[in-house]
Design a protein around this ligand. Sequence first.
Ligand SMILES: NC(=O)c1ccc[n+]([C@@H]2O[C@H](COP(=O)([O-])OP(=O)(O)OC[C@H]3O[C@@H](n4cnc5c(N)ncnc54)[C@H](O)[C@@H]3O)[C@@H](O)[C@H]2O)c1
Ligand SMILES: [Fe+2]
Length: 384
Amino acid sequence: MGARAALPRIVSPLGRRAFVVVDPFLATTPAFREAVAALEASGIETHVHTDVLPELPVDSLQASAEAARAVRPDVVIGYGGGSALDASKLVALLLAHGGALPDYYGENAVPGPVLPLVAVPTTAGTGSEVTPVAVVADPARAVKVGISSPYLIPTAALVDPELSAAAPAGVTAHAGIDALVHAVESFTGRPLEPTWSTTPPVFVGRNLLTEPLSLEAIRLIGTSIESAVTHPTDRTAREDMARGSLLAGMAFGPTGTHLSHALQYPIGALTHTPHGLGTGLMLPYVLAACAAAIPEQLALVGQALGVDGSAQVAIRRIADIDRAIGLPHSLQDIGLTREQLPGIAELALGSARLIAITPVPVDAALLERILEAAWSGDLASLLD
Ligand SMILES: NC(=O)c1ccc[n+]([C@@H]2O[C@H](COP(=O)([O-])OP(=O)(O)OC[C@H]3O[C@@H](n4cnc5c(N)ncnc54)[C@H](O)[C@@H]3O)[C@@H](O)[C@H]2O)c1
Ligand SMILES: [Fe+2]
């Protein structure tokens, strides 16, 4: 709590001129104005850029990079939710390497370090402050597209739970459940076997270093997400959520996520619903479809959520959390028709890096079975 006071001390060694990419709403808040005043009082010339559009259309990011180029900053600061943080990563990328964002789509296409980058999250959260990925919307593509490179991991992450205290219940719920999905998908993903003599993929699947981080994130978020949504002034809950989402980011940054994310991209594109609403809604169905392959992992997820027993019990606990924080019950409830499900399955299959980490073999038939159950809100049909 209060960690934001460290901002000038963290930024100072990185340069004297800062370009701040900030969510337009948060730019109006007293905490942000104080942060800018503190930077300037430390002799850091601070330029504030508020043109962060929802969904991050590629053209808007190119325009942000142009605005930044005119300032010639030494350091980029991202301040806001996942959208502002992802935008700041991409501005730092374009300032360092030029070109256009499509040049960098996919994994490991960033050729070297980007501009020094400080990330200050105001949601708990995407974990973007510690992850190697940024996600953009390209009108030429049906679903959002990722740029993934270890060079996109911010130089510093400054996580102050007080900044998320004013977030409305919907933002707290959607960002918070996405953090739980990150931790659970990191923990249940397939371990890949990199070829060490060549550049490993950005996302290497579940591994010994990330497992404890995921489990602690699941414990913290499971304990506190309901209270953070329903009692916004609960400081302990905000603190747990900030730490949980940070740990979840540290876990899934190296491992990647899997099917709930692959399915959310087309669902989000069709319904214009928030990222976390879609990943959170899909997670119980995805886990139910994978349960036979990962019973021990799911039992440990259950233990971290405070319920002992089988994979089924863990999955039902996650479904209960979804209900408690007000997520819609089914894909039907967010306006999808049954006829749209095969198209969603086909687009999800295109997310090769997410499919690769899924703990079971994935084909269109499996995805349609998951989507059908989620469409009718019938989790039991996958669990039995
Ligand atoms: N890079 C990654 O690792 C990663 C991971 C997951 C998601 N994402 C991306 O992050 C985005 C979602 O981020 P998000 O869930 O943080 O939401 P967001 O950044 O899109 O913000 C959602 C809304 O919440 C408001 N808001 C944010 N913080 C607030 C606060 N403290 N008080 C009041 N309002 C506040 C914003 O103004 C905005 O209107 C998506 O674009 C998704 O693709 C990135
Ligand atoms: Fe996510």
